[in-house]
Design a protein around this ligand. Structure first.
Ligand SMILES: CC(C)(COP(=O)(O)OP(=O)(O)OC[C@H]1O[C@@H](n2cnc3c(N)ncnc32)[C@H](O)[C@@H]1OP(=O)(O)O)[C@@H](O)C(=O)NCCC(=O)NCCS
Length: 157
């Protein structure tokens, strides 16, 4: 089983007195509850992929279906703090639990992922209201290339 360990960037002012060991390991069945809790804390205003919370059963099936090229849990000092994935179309998705944000964890995890999964290009689909994510990916060198519009059918009566 692959796992990656890295010390969070010590040049980062936020981490100077707080050494954090970041580790990635593939999602497995023991993470289903953790991932469901993340869905519950998700801010629907900034999420693109989910407008409503799926049932526990459909969530479990989704996790077990290997939906992405690779999907890892981010662990810092032994605690699960979020996840990162890359799709078959080179789209990176990431979520950091609220209490662990603004510590440089997402930036570090994305850099680790780029070093493991070498691609010609990477994409990130971001809701235009998601300022945190726009800032994060912009800081990492991503540029804005398109806006995508959608039309949702009304659910059948
Ligand atoms: C976006 C997200 C992944 C950032 O995670 P994080 O670990 O807090 O990010 P970092 O600490 O590495 O932040 C790096 C930079 O991103 C920007 N940023 C992060 N959070 C921000 C916020 N709430 N507001 C403004 N800028 C923000 C800042 O420029 C930050 O650098 P700084 O802290 O030195 O100012 C996290 O807020 C999250 O999980 N959000 C919900 C899920 C999501 O939106 N995922 C992205 C869609 S793929």
């Amino acid at each position: 089983m692959r796992s990656v360990n890295t010390i969070l960037n010590q040049n980062d002012e936020r981490n100077k007195n707080d050494t954090q060991m970041i580790q990635l390991r593939p999602v497995n069945d023991t993470d289903i509850k953790f991932l469901y809790d993340i869905l519950l804390e998700r801010d629907k205003v900034v999420s693109i992929s989910h407008k409503s919370t799926p049932s526990w059963i459909s969530h479990s099936c989704f996790v077990k279906s290997f939906p992405y090229y690779t999907w890892d849990i981010i662990i810092v000092n032994g605690d699960r703090v979020g996840y990162i994935y890359i799709t078959h179309y080179n789209e990176i998705g990431i979520h950091i639990c609220k209490k662990y944000r603004r510590r440089g964890i997402a930036s570090q995890a994305i850099e680790i992922y780029k070093s493991i999964h070498n691609r010609e290009r990477y994409l990130a689909n971001i809701n235009p209201n998601n300022k945190a994510s726009i800032n994060l990916f912009t800081l990492l060198g991503f540029t804005h290339i398109q806006n995508t519009y959608e039309l949702c059918r009304q659910s059948a009566q």
